[in-house]
Design a protein around this ligand. Structure first.
Ligand code: MG
Length: 303
């Protein structure tokens, strides 16, 4: 069974992130009409061929993919599947090792490069992801860096920036971009961190819903800050937190607080030409049903 990528299911799994060539602008063939192509994020599991076939059968030209094995044989199978179905993997998604609990209380202690307890292991994991991505010909690695401290004087802020620089430099040597996925930090904090890292291959995978789910920002407005760094998009929808203790609820695209017409209009205004990668964090037939509906919804806005 092929599961689409679900972050919460991904906990503890050795994952890899995929890539994209700089801000997406270089992905359009010369002379082609600029377009925001659609994509899907999913896990390759033990059967990359079936996963990529699913992307193809749903009618997407691109995907972001996570893997559960870094074996060279698995890289070859993924690379072959991408070629067979003519799918462009725009990034390889890295997560773990160790627990990553996506909430307000355990999240700061477990997610990404922020917690000291897991930092070295995650740096190693991202490096493995980068090497795997290189074998597959995938041009970017992405991950959640975590609840980066708002206070730039906090020692953990500097440590996190140093960790991001370490992995981004590694990706750079492999000819890849490194993308921080939005969510746990405010847009200005991510902007500051990227500037402080100071490498030209660091960008953002902008998850439209996460900023809402975490109560951090309106995604349309956040593009005013993060726009120059956007290299990938997660097309996802959600609601703001309903209480002080729990994240907001993810919902099907079009049913949440993301103003997709304004969001896509703004992406076009800032010159974004990369993919819109649909993410739906549930599993089973309803997930596929929602992805199909999201595709139709987004095609009306991007065409
Ligand atoms: Mg996401």
């Amino acid at each position: 069974m092929i599961r689409m990528y679900n972050r919460r299911r991904f906990v503890g799994i050795a994952a890899v992130a995929a890539a994209a060539v700089l801000p997406g602008k270089s992905q359009a063939p010369p002379g082609a009409k600029p377009a925001l192509r659609l994509g899907l994020i999913l896990g390759a599991g033990n059967d990359p061929d079936a996963a990529i076939r699913k992307v193809h059968d749903l009618g997407f030209p691109t995907c972001q993919v996570g893997v559960s094995s870094f074996a060279p044989e698995m890289a070859e199978r993924l690379r072959a599947a991408l070629g067979r179905y003519n799918i462009e993997a725009t990034s390889l998604v890295s997560g773990g090792p160790g627990p990553e609990i996506y909430d307000f209380y355990q999240g700061p202690l477990t997610i990404g490069l922020v917690p000291r307890q897991y930092r070295d292991a995650r740096i190693a994991q991202i490096k493995r992801t980068s090497d795997f991505a290189k074998l597959c010909g995938v041009p970017a690695v992405q991950t959640h860096c975590g609840f980066i401290p708002e206070n730039p004087n906090d020692p953990v802020y500097k440590e996190t920036v140093d960790a991001i620089r370490t992995v981004a430099a590694y990706c750079r040597r492999n000819g890849q971009n490194f993308r921080c996925e939005t969510g746990q930090e405010t847009p200005i904090t991510l902007f500051r961190a990227i500037k402080d890292v100071g490498l030209d291959n660091v960008g953002v995978n902008f998850d439209a819903a996460n900023l809402i789910l975490y109560g951090k920002a309106n995604p349309v407005d956040a593009l005013d800050i993060l726009g120059p760094f956007v290299q990938g998009i997660h097309a996802k929808d959600g609601l703001y937190p309903a209480n002080a203790r729990e994240l907001g609820r993810e919902v099907p695209i079009g049913q949440g607080k993301v103003d997709f017409p304004s969001f896509i209009r703004r992406l076009k205004e800032i010159g974004y030409r990369g993919p819109l990668t649909i993410e739906r964090e549930i599993s089973g037939p309803k997930q596929t049903e929602d992805v199909r509906a999201a595709k139709i919804f987004l095609e009306k806005l991007t065409g």
